[in-house]
Design a protein around this ligand. Structure first.
Ligand SMILES: O=C(O)COP(=O)(O)O
Ligand SMILES: [Mg+2]
Length: 227
């Protein structure tokens, strides 16, 4: 069972917003409120910086973007697990799935180093035999190479794996790999494409049960009949 990290398992938006606002304060811009930052939190440091400059109607050249991205990542690494927390019901869901015999893995577009650091600081790393980031393989989500590599590192096979994510990037990777996908609706960007592309969606972690997972592996004909 492969989890995306930001916006799916962990609500990292407060610490990402903190690092973004640190970068904005250096150039005299006021901090952005969390609710403005949250929808962009799953798209990486550069996307968040671009959006903040756009909102401030301030031009952003390649050199400044590179310099501010470095500043963001340095600040973020040092403040990665200050306010970040599992979404409600996350621990119970991980316990429930492990007890049901599922192997858990992480496939994130954070760098592997940052993902490991976050999970270690949250004392979650030991639950995941595979923690694979944007730089672990030759390509990142939505390329299925990232998901296939994660499944292999966790000792699984694509025919009995599934992906849980919060953005279309996750759903596209799952579709390209031919694995079922579950879209979490409490994440950062459950846009319409992700909603229509996912095999199913959940409103809360308590909906993520072994029964739901079993239903995703029933023969398609049975599922269609059930509907
Ligand atoms: O950092 C990002 O770009 C997004 O990370 P995620 O893949 O864990 O959502
Ligand atoms: Mg995400």
């Amino acid at each position: 069972m492969v989890f995306d990290l930001d916006g799916t398992l962990v609500d990292t938006a407060p610490d990402l917003a903190g690092s973004l606002n640190h970068c904005l304060s250096r150039i005299g811009l006021p901090p952005l409120p969390l609710e403005i930052v949250r929808p962009h939190a799953g798209h990486g440091a550069q996307a968040m910086l671009r959006e903040a400059y756009r909102l401030a109607e301030r031009p952003l050249g390649a050199e400044e973007l590179a310099e501010q991205t470095a500043c963001f990542l340095q600040h973020y690494e040092a403040h990665i697990a200050v306010e970040s927390a599992l979404f409600p019901g996350g621990i119970a869901a991980l316990d429930r799935l492990s007890e049901a015999g599922l192997t858990l893995a992480i496939c994130t577009n954070k760098t592997e180093r940052l993902a490991r650091r976050l999970l270690e600081e949250m004392e979650l790393a030991s639950r995941f035999p595979a923690i694979c980031g944007a730089d672990t393989f030759s390509a990142r989500k939505p390329d299925p190479i990232h998901l296939f590599g994660t499944i292999e590192q966790a000792g699984g096979s694509a025919s009995n794996a599934l992906m849980v994510g919060d953005t279309n990037t996750d759903i596209l990777a799952a579709r390209a790999a031919g694995v079922p996908s579950i879209l979490v609706l409490f994440g950062y960007d459950p846009g319409s494409e992700a909603r229509s592309g996912a095999t199913c969606s959940i409103e809360r972690f308590s909906d993520l049960t072994p029964h739901l997972i079993d239903s995703l592996f029933e023969p398609r004909a049975l599922r269609v009949q059930a509907v």
